[in-house]
Design a protein around this ligand. Sequence first.
Ligand code: ADP
Ligand code: MG
Length: 238
Amino acid sequence: SEKRLRHSEQLSVIGELAAGIAHEIRNPLTSLKGFLQLISHESSGSKYEDIMSSELERINLIVNELLLLAKPKEMEFEPTRILSLLKTVVTIANTQAILHNIQIKLVYNEELEKIMIYCEENKLKQVFLNLLKNAIEAMNEEGNIYIKFKKLGDKLHLFFIDEGPGISKEIIGNLGKRFYTTKPDGTGLGLMISMNIIREHQGELFITSEEGIGTKVEVVLPIKESPTLKESITSAQV
Ligand code: ADP
Ligand code: MG
C-alpha cells in the first residue's frame, strides 16, 4: 500500500544518513587505531591502552552496524545456514554481554544444523543483534539469555528469552513504533528496523513479556526447502 511505501522510504533515508555518518567516522577511527598501536609498541603497554583499544573496537563495531543500514537497491537473498549465522551473532553480542556478567546460551541440536533460511545475511544479523542488545540492556547486571528454536512445518521459530524486568502491558503496544524508547540514550529504532527486516523475509516477530520474569521475542522465518525436495515435486507434477 501507499502508506507502507512511504514508511519504507523513510527507513531508507534514515539508513542512508546513518551509513553516511558511519562512513565519515571510519577514517579518523582507523587512524586512531593505528596511532594507538604505535604508542603501545613504544611504551610497554598499560591498562589504559587496553581500555582504549577495546573501546575503539566497540566504536568500530557500531560503525560497521550502521554501515549495514545503507539499503541496497534490491535485497539479495541467499540460502544461509541459520546456525552459523546465530553463532556469529552470539560471538559479537558476547563482547557486550561479558561486561555485564551476562551469558548468552544458544540451545540447539543437529536439527538446527541442517536448517537453511533464504535471507539477506547481514540484515538478519542486524535483527538478532538488536534483540540481544535489548536483552542485555534490559538485564543490565547478571543473568542468562537463551536462544532456542522450534521447527513447525516449514517454519523456523526462534526465541530470544531474557531474564530482565519484563515489559508492562501499558508499554508493550508501543514497541516497534518509530523513536519509541524508554531508555535515556535509546534511539527507539531497533525494533522498528528489525520488524521491517523480518517482514521483508516473509517472517513475523512477536514480543511477549511477563513483569518480574522476563521477555521473549519470537521470530518466525520460512525454511528454505532443500533443492532435492523441490526437484522431486516438480518431476512428480510433470
Ligand atoms: P531502544 O533500544 O533504542 O530503546 P528499541 O526499538 O530497540 O529501541 O526498543 C524499544 C523499547 O522496547 C526499549 O526502550 C525498551 O523499553 C523495550 N524493550 C525492547 N526489548 C526489551 C527487552 N528485552 N526487555 C525489556 N524491554 C525491552
Ligand atoms: Mg534497542
